[in-house]
Write a protein that binds this ligand. Structure first.
Ligand SMILES: [Zn+2]
Length: 318
């Protein structure tokens, strides 16, 4: 039932979709534009005008909340270090939001994983002076055309300026702006390229798309993700956070450890229910009708993922 796996763009997030300005169209890569009409194309259009909110967190760390992945920003005399790069068409608004924090130049970009809503700004941020650092699988996926079956979209190889120049396998530690920034790779979870970024002195943990705050997650089976992997990463996040840790989700509001617990619990509950139904021989449409996530659907099923789209991803992995 491929039609049931279609992802739907939420009214909340992408109501701003409308006619493209000439400027935004100019910024949009031709190869992506050609596929417009799918979720990715619609997201590229809507993001050109979507608002970016700047939230100050703790010490010298802020976050930009926009239509794509949340961006962490560390400021100081060494220049800005940013974690994630949004959707390419947010460039004017992300650029303005970064400048509104202070005039520090942008020196370092870190990608939490390879997806277009976290690496879309790689090329322009590199042009603006940032070196790009990521897990080695992020580089591998960006170097070649990569299909995401769950979005029914093939992403063309990224331009040279968007490719991470430094990569690592297990972990990597950076020192900048009186901050120790510890990067750690997860076992395959949302993709096979996910990393966390922990700002040690500020006790702020950016976990990328291993955590969606009160939203069902997208899981990218095409590049190594799975529901079980997503749950293992949720457990790993619990081990890294204390009650004082500020947690930056990939999508949704800033959270705390209690939100990580809830996310893990919701995923486990729905995974177990779907697994039991599948074991009884129920088809995906039957599982969707059974509404195993009924308690959460109204709140959790309205960002990128409808309840049925999420159930399809769980069903695929159990
Ligand atoms: Zn993602």
């Amino acid at each position: 039932m491929m039609t049931r796996r279609r992802l739907e763009i939420s009214r909340r997030q992408f109501l701003v979709a409308g006619s493209l300005s000439i400027g935004a169209a100019y910024l949009m890569p031709r190869s992506l534009f050609a596929q417009a009409g799918d979720l990715v194309g619609d997201a590229l259009k809507a993001s050109a005008t979507a608002k970016i909110v700047v939230q100050t967190l703790r010490r010298n760390v802020s976050v930009l909340l926009g239509p794509g992945g949340n961006i962490a920003v560390l400021t100081g005399p060494d220049g800005k270090v940013v974690v994630d790069a949004e959707i390419v068409t947010t460039r004017p608004n992300v650029s303005a939001a970064l400048a509104s924090i202070n005039s520090d130049p942008i020196k370092q970009l870190i990608n939490t994983h390879w997806h277009f809503d976290h690496t879309g700004g790689n090329e322009w941020l590199h042009d603006a002076g940032a070196c790009i650092l990521a897990h080695e699988n992020t580089r591998e996926h960006l170097l070649v055309d990569t299909r995401v079956e769950g979005w029914k979209h093939t992403f063309p190889a990224a331009p040279a300026g968007a490719i991470p120049s430094t990569v690592f396998k297990d972990d990597y530690t950076l020192h900048a702006n009186s901050t120790t920034l510890v990067l750690k790779h997860y076992e395959p979870a949302h993709t096979d390229s996910d990393i966390s970024a922990y700002f040690a002195e500020a006790d702020i943990l950016h976990v990328g798309d291993t955590f969606w705050n009160r939203d069902y997650p997208f899981i990218d089976y095409s590049t190594g993700g799975s529901i079980d992997g997503q749950i293992r990463a949720a457990e790993a996040n619990l081990a890294m956070a204390t009650d004082k840790t500020i947690v930056i989700s990939g999508h949704g509001a800033i959270g705390a450890r209690a939100d990580l617990v809830l996310f893990r619990d919701v995923l486990v509950e729905i995974r177990d229910k779907v697994a039991a139904l599948k074991k009884q021989g129920r088809s995906l449409p039957e599982v969707i009708v059974a509404k195993p996530g009924a308690r959460y659907d109204a709140e959790w099923g309205n960002l990128f993922m409808t309840p049925s789209a999420f159930l399809a991803l769980v069903y695929q992995g159990v």
